[in-house]
Write a protein that binds this ligand. Sequence first.
Ligand code: COA
Ligand code: AMP
Length: 628
Amino acid sequence: MAYKDVYNAWQDNPEAFWMEAAEAIDWDKAPSKALFDENAPLYEWFSDGMVNTCWNAVDRHVENGRADQVAIIYDSPITGRQSKMTYAELKDRVAKVAGALAAKGVTKGDRVIIYMPMVSEALIAMLAVTRIGAVHSVVFGGFASNELAVRIDDAKPKAIIAASCGLEPGRIVAYKPLLDGAIDLSEHKPDFTLILQREEHVAELIDGRDFDWAAAEAAAAPADCVPVEGNHPAYILYTSGTTGQPKGVIRHTGGHLVALNWTMKNLYNVDPGDVFWAASDVGWVVGHSYITYGPLVHGNTTIVFEGKPVGTPDAGTFWRVISEHNVKSFFTAPTAFRAVKREDPKGEFVKKYDLSCLKQVYLAGERADPDTIVWAQDQLNVPVIDHWWQTETGYAIAANPLGIEELPIKLGSPSVPMPGFDVQILDEGGHEMPAGELGAIAIKLPLPPGTLPTLWNAEERYKSSYLTTFPGYYETGDAGYKDEDGYVYIMARTDDVINVAGHRLSTGAMEEVLASHPDVAECAVIGVTDQLKGQLPLGMVCLNAGADRDNADVTAECVKLVREKIGPVAAFKLCIVVDRLPKTRSGKILRATMVSIADGKAFKMPATIDDPAILDEIKDALAEIGYS
Ligand code: COA
Ligand code: AMP
């Protein structure tokens, strides 16, 4: 079948399409139907089925002849260690960790926060939580105590699972002080924590609250899978919005399993048994969907890579891992390829490895610039597929579905909408725009299975953030256009979200931190173009009248404050003091205009600007640090 036939089959009868896809999942009780639209515009899928995530990702493969197949390969160029775990071994470990959690009182529906680096135990923790019907919320290790505390207060976890440390090149990140700091800051306190001690840095445990993972696992009785309703949350994953309060994206169990499983063959073109590698982190949605759940539910071998594209030890790391572990499909972020390309433009490292196992490469998380795609195609001689998705959707909205049909690649476009997604380009009034014209990208409701049904504890915010601007549609927050062939082009965000090295960050959240500095009267954070990371945050602060401070001291304090409050992942290193910020007459800060100035792009003087002279001041201030 061709892509068009599959897409049309979905559009003609979505119910039949998804019920058929659901047959690939082991249900304890089959769902009576796919779509539950009784509460439209809130939609659910497979709500009356009974199912368990961990069963589908682990146990069923052990029962069905994959017991001795490797499920997880751990490869850490930072420590020099590697290990392999079969599905049978994975089942035993997950069942015991689940048993340890259950013995300490964690039951169906309880939340468990996971704050871990890229080790196999991070996946074991996720699977153990879903095994007993609890709900995990993984927090990325690069976030600081304050961000963790905000998530603790929102998710109200019964337990937190963490490691003693993470490993960054040249630096051990002690997690336990960050975790202790977060628990001190948060109003809600977990009953207990489970700490995986790593030999690089052993954490001190607080008696009665912190428990050693290894001891707890060894002592536990294995727990069985607990079937849950199709609309039971499998996890909550927080993502950046416009404010410092992150959005808790919920993933329902049934749709998650059905949709991810469908993508493994149709989009990523792997069969059960093949090795699939997503070089991301379990703290992001890519890690949830394509390090843990997608590959395991589909019976693939997945790779947990604790390293960076460059410097661990060199720009050949990706190629070594692919060649050594026989990777068939590889998924990374454009920024990672840019980092490799910068160090090895001619691909000298590529030539050192036999990459004949590699059949296709996938890029997502940010706009894939044509130069990077062409470089990767030239080096690797396989299709390099850009695909577009969001934490909210959990898998690709638009892609080139290689497992169905390889469509022509158009540079700059993540290709075409996937079945389930009716993507439309709308003008401000909600009317569809003609081909080639820029507008807001929206998706006609309902969104397909596996996408967010609502936000954790924030239904009104879900509606106002996504469903209100264009009634009957989900607003993606991205702007772009479609061409005559229906290819989608993603050009910009319509909100205050920026994308730094494939990481989604809120400039609003950074502004809240800067505003808390005692000498800062007002501030703005913008995303400026960066050759490597796509965008970088740049802060501009105006000081309080009478603040008799050295500008350099204040900006250094601001940089430190953002690192402490949000975390190193914010990569907030550019900060300047300015006398005034450009505003409209109604007082709105003209951030987009400042972005154009910083990027050296032509811009139209905003008609509503209060005082055009301020733009010259901003230009001079930016020029001093090499921007504009
Ligand atoms: N725990 C603690 N700190 C972390 C961390 C973690 N899990 N991940 C990143 N950090 C820190 C880094 O050490 C760095 O700290 P520094 O300011 O002291 O140097 C900071 O956060 C920024 O990290 P990063 O964005 O990774 O930048 P980098 O300069 O270390 O590396 C790249 C640049 C391009 C190699 C890197 O960003 C990269 O590999 N990006 C790929 C992103 C990706 O796969 N995203 C997944 C989305 S699909
Ligand atoms: P996240 O929720 O972190 O996955 O970030 C989602 C956002 O990243 C999207 O809304 C886009 O702005 C951007 N994004 C992700 N993939 C792509 C892509 N292939 N092309 C352009 N932008 C992308």
